[in-house]
Design a protein around this ligand. Structure first.
Ligand code: NAD
Ligand code: DAU
Length: 337
């Protein structure tokens, strides 16, 4: 049986990945290593905590001793590394923790992966490391790195460390760079769940600037199947871009949410823009498709419908995550904006 260390497996994408592996890959044991920051939530793993192929370890990826002990105790063969500080807006307010977790934490994992001669280290990265596009063109795997926010700079630094470990010592790694994910269990600091939550509560929808920023939306399940393919089929030392081929302006996305929830467009409020806001992301996923035969399974229209319906039928989950800390976060980021 393969024994996989999944970091950040209590977060949005990590928990979707853990559930997918446990549901679809019976030959794999998952050791889920997560420090449970504000973004980590064991409710995301409801129904899976007692699965005999799932072990949860509460720990920080910067804690070298605990990482090593966990790897040894569970005979880990490979690491899929999702754990990160992931929100651009937070990185503009408090960048230090992004360097700590995304750079130092990745280095800690790399050292252990190399020492244990692991079969694979998959670094889950982001298209934001490439910077911003104008109205034309796509990010390919050979687009130069040009990160614009403290978040994307920390992810780019981590990617380069991973490549340095491959180049210098032969670590068998892959890097995946995906576009904006959406779907079930996403924390409502990110645009789609934040807008759904506000619309459900008849609160204003805070659209940054002119709302014509473009993102390439990727359904989270499709991202997870792509990461699995990279882990199990890709040659080591390679980078793969993963996109949904669904470019939408933020106003288009917000419009779809309002329509599905039967709420008026008058809820939209244009607010002060994000500093250094990247204008457009768009991914060329042709390498994933031609080399690994990956395809997204849903259209954006279908995926966003399923996502909104999930939030509607998981009101308790949403109520829990927006209580307490979230209220003060929201006030700090949005009041008077
Ligand atoms: P998330 O913020 O929802 O979850 C991050 C998880 O990491 C949480 O469970 C948190 O508790 C854990 N974590 C944070 N710091 C930790 C630490 N020091 N030690 C151990 N665990 C820690 O993030 P997400 O949206 O699920 O993103 C997962 C990964 O995918 C990140 O690496 C992110 O950069 C990347 N990514 C995300 C998107 C997206 O659209 N969400 C797109 C591209 C890439
Ligand atoms: O592209 C991949 C990246 O996508 C990931 O690496 C990041 O972890 C993830 O957070 C995401 O970054 P973005 O900054 O693109 O996502 P966010 O959901 O924060 O914003 C999406 C767009 O919506 C962006 O143009 C900013 C805008 N926005 C966001 C929020 C939270 C608003 O207009 N209003 C908002 O309140």
């Amino acid at each position: 049986m393969r024994s996989l260390l999944v970091t950040g497996g209590a977060g949005f994408i990590g928990s979707n990945f853990v559930r997918m592996v446990l549901d679809e890959h019976a030959d794999t044991k998952v050791v889920n290593y997560d420090s449970l920051t504000y973004a980590g939530n064991l409710e995301n793993l409801k129904g899976y905590m007692d699965n005999p192929r799932h072990v949860f370890v509460k720990g920080d990826i910067c804690d070298a001793a605990l990482v090593k002990q966990t790897v040894e105790e569970h005979n880990i063969d490979a690491i899929v590394h999702f754990a990160a500080e992931s929100h651009v807006d937070r990185s503009l307010v408090e960048p230090g923790v992004f360097i700590e977790t995304n750079v130092q934490g990745t280095l800690t994992l790399l050292k252990v992966a190399l020492e244990k001669q692991m079969e694979r280290f998959v670094q889950v990265s982001t298209d934001e490391v490439y910077g911003s596009l104008g109205t034309e063109g796509f990010f390919t795997e050979s687009t130069p790195l040009s990160p614009n926010s403290p978040y994307s700079a920390s992810k780019a630094a981590a990617d380069m460390l991973v490549q340095a470990y491959g180049h210098s010592w032969g670590l068998r790694y892959n890097i995946t760079r995906c576009s904006n994910n959406y779907g079930q269990y996403q924390f409502p600091e990110k645009m789609i769940p934040l807008m759904i939550n506000n619309a459900l509560n008849d609160k204003e929808l805070p659209v940054y600037g002119d709302g014509l920023y473009v993102r390439d939306w990727l359904y989270v399940y499709d991202h997870c199947t792509a990461v699995w393919k990279v882990l199990t089929e890709a040659q080591p030392g390679t980078v793969y871009n993963i996109g949904g081929n669904n470019e939408k302006t933020n106003l288009e996305v917000v419009g779809l949410i309002l329509e599905r929830l039967g709420k008026p467009a008058s809820l939209i409020r244009h607010v002060k823009d994000r500093p250094g806001h990247d204008r457009r992301y768009a991914i060329d996923s042709s390498k994933m498709m031609s080399e690994l035969g990956w395809r997204p399974s849903v259209t954006f229209e279908e995926g966003i419908r399923q996502t909104i319906d999930w939030y509607l039928s998981n009101g308790d989950w949403l109520k829990h995550v927006v209580s307490g800390q979230y209220q003060s976060y929201y006030e700090k980021m949005y009041d008077g904006r």
